[in-house]
Design a protein around this ligand. Sequence first.
Ligand code: GLY
Length: 392
Amino acid sequence: MKKSLIVSLCLIVLATHAQQVDQKQVWQGVEKQTELLLTAIPLAKNGNNNLVSPRSLDAKGNLVLTQAVKWISGFFPGELWYLYEYTGDPKWQQQARTFTANIEKEKYNGGTHDMGFKIYCSFGNGYRLTKDEAYKAVIIKAAQTLSTRFNPTVGCIRSWDTMPKWSYPVIIDNMLNLELLFAATKLTGDSSFYKIAVSHANTTLKNHFRKDYSCYHVLDYDSTQTGVVIKKTTHQGFADESAWARGQAWALYGFTMCYRETKNPQYLKQAEKVADYIFSHPNLPEDLIPYWDFNAPNIPNEPRDASAAACMASGLYELATFSKKGKHYRAIANKVLESLTNKYRSPMGENKGFILLHSTGSKPYNSEVDVPICYADYYYLEALLRSKQMKH
Ligand code: GLY
């Protein structure tokens, strides 16, 4: 029997017997940690109001904050919305509103594709839970701004502007920003946002994947004449031909979300194939928390990426609601969530209030390696909620 098949069968057995996490106990811990984080923020700000939300810890364990302009600025507001969603406690809504308001100006920032990460995790969740008309207006404005980055010759939204190595880079992460565009069409009736999202997803589906359904990180396109792919590369992965763990997570989550919004069966098939690639990979550890890259050179002596695992778990819970193999995907998501909960959580009262340990931001740039990171916590909370709400 092939090794990958044996690994896959073991995972199914393990996952089927996985214990459900104790949601009440976990959320009580999340509340305590977040209260701690809220007390640490003013100290870390040290009067600098451009620093808006928690990002990570530095090598000395100091809290690092982010500016609104960075791609991660929406995650902490989003976590606060999830806390409000779980507890119903108005105190969390108040905190969520405060931290969400801090990044509103990003709706005008056309210099980045990260609008969905920033505005949909914050204002998107805020609107879903409160139906506040002011939040709706922010979502629509942000979608209009993001749409200015679409190039019809390529059929994609441009990712970065300031990286001379690529002329028209499109990264797999960009799939997540499409959720904002789908939302804007539903809110306005203007189908142009939807059309851009579908074009981006179709072009990504056509070009970004290898035969085994792993994906590249960065594709460079000729945006001037032909729209064709010039090169297929990486930025945060080990090598151009490797499978960067968080990239695979973005692909799984992104195509599942695109299936939800369009019901295009090709997207569902793609999400299933990506999930199957990830969870039958011989380099995936037994606890299902991936190394930062599936092809990292020194496995098993490589850092893990809990953020990729959290995003995969969240995506899997949704995929399970659509797929004929839903039971299988849900069982795996349960196992990932159980691993994160039992082995990757910070001890209470430590790590300035972050929830998960052992994420990796960018190993090649030695940036945020094996540390807590806000987006790991965001997708972990989302996965916890989805495990309750999204039943197969
Ligand atoms: N979107 C950037 C990252 O995943 O690190």
